[in-house]
Design a protein around this ligand. Sequence first.
Ligand code: SAM
Length: 279
Amino acid sequence: MQTKYNHKSSYYNDIALKLGHQLLGIKYLHYGYFEDIKNISLESLQVAQEVYAKRLISKIPQDVKTILDVGCGTGEIARQLVEKGYTVICVAPDPYLIQKTIENTNNRVKTFTDLYENITDIEPSSVDLILMSESCQYIKPDPGWEQNKKILRKGGYLLVCDFFKVREIDDPHMSKSGQPLDNFYERAKNANFTLLSEEDITANVAPTMTLTQNLIYEKVFPIGEAIIEVIHRRYPTIYKIGSYFLSEKIIKLKNKYSALGADKFCYYKKYLTLLFQKN
Ligand SMILES: C[S@@+](CC[C@H](N)C(=O)[O-])C[C@H]1O[C@@H](n2cnc3c(N)ncnc32)[C@H](O)[C@@H]1O
């Protein structure tokens, strides 16, 4: 029997992604591709996310008809794919995101609410292209590559747009997300996939990190601090107990977000668009 992987490790990521979607009203859950890296704002993020999606879709080879969108987010990319005439299957572990995808695509895609690693109901060798738009980092490498090999037809493609680690993370506040790039290439080779194209878009997507950092410092922390201030005045006992448990966590969070800017991101990570073909 196939191992069933647990949703828990990506669950908290989904909560953060959902919040971003609901609070900021953004359509996509990926970074933005800033054509002008000096003009960054919430408004320009929305444009930059559209550019990201358009550029990614333009990389789909001509002989593709069926696409498996792994980690489909809100289904906005899937909607555009359906409109272009592709047959689309969407996978994500979060029921809220799958519901959004169904609404967004007018129920014109087949969906699976589970981790990609667990999916057994897609016919082997039936898919022309597997799309991982900023979802590759969440997929466990061993079962993920097994799925890629099994689901894609011979000559099918894996199109990945995501960030990868290019050096050891020696800053304790830096996020460890992303697969190590060398290891990813090695796994692709071992799985008998050929790299057809590679584009480094790090410089154009990195402003998303500075924007997120500014948002958290200028909006999220002040709101949190105001709530804490109200609790302090009205419920001093709760405040005392709460601050005992939370103060270290808050310091940790502040340190984490201080390491979120574009410069650090570019030092430790590369954001790439990679197109592989299964031999
Ligand atoms: C950063 S979002 C990207 C969403 C979308 N592809 C986009 O470009 O806007 C990551 C997505 O991966 C999904 N995800 C996380 N772990 C997953 C897994 N193991 N298998 C499939 N999807 C996963 C999340 O639910 C979310 O939809």
